[in-house]
Design a protein around this ligand. Structure first.
Ligand code: ZN
Length: 164
């Protein structure tokens, strides 16, 4: 799916779920939700995140030589690795591990897997060897993605602003 859709889905889901989980919404949480919604496509050398910085380009080159697009990063193992990276970093910085940042990281990453599962290519959440592939009818860059995602995003933002 388009990177704009992933950012909208990641941040909207973060704003929507944080109060339900009982976690405060923070700017850092929103930013990490957006970054986490994009990091999943680091396995694709032409993705937005892969061109973001020299560092992400280097990581992307490494990952894309050992896995295919929608491979290991598009699984629950990829999500687990991302949680470990963020939790370890927070711990190293002597910050609380269970925090809006970790929650943003989890929600952002999950939102990417959910959104990618809506198109015909689908996602093998349990890895490439798994027979289970979640997929849907929404075409990447199609009319539903281009209008539907921003509409749901706008709706959640309005709901969030009304709650302030
Ligand atoms: Zn993806």
């Amino acid at each position: 799916m388009l990177h704009g859709s992933h950012i909208m889905a990641g941040t909207a889901l973060y704003l929507f779920l944080s109060p339900i989980i009982g976690m405060q919404i923070t700017a850092a949480g929103i930013i990490i939700a957006a970054i986490s919604s994009l990091i999943v496509d680091i396995d694709h050398p032409k993705s937005f995140i892969s061109h973001w910085t020299a560092f992400t380009k280097m990581i992307s080159t490494g990952i894309s030589t050992v896995t295919t697009h929608r491979g290991i990063t598009h699984t629950l193992y990829g999500l687990t690795a991302w949680i470990v990276i963020i939790a370890t970093t927070l711990n190293y910085l002597e910050k609380a591990v269970w925090s809006p940042i970790l929650l943003g990281a989890i929600i952002g990453y999950l939102s990417h897997l959910i959104i990618d599962s809506l198109n015909p290519q689908g996602v093998r959440w349990l890895g490439e060897e798994s027979k289970i592939r979640l997929k849907g009818p929404i075409q990447t860059g199609g009319i539903i993605e281009r209008f539907g995602v921003p509409l749901v995003f706008a709706f959640i933002i309005v709901k969030y602003l009304q709650g302030l």
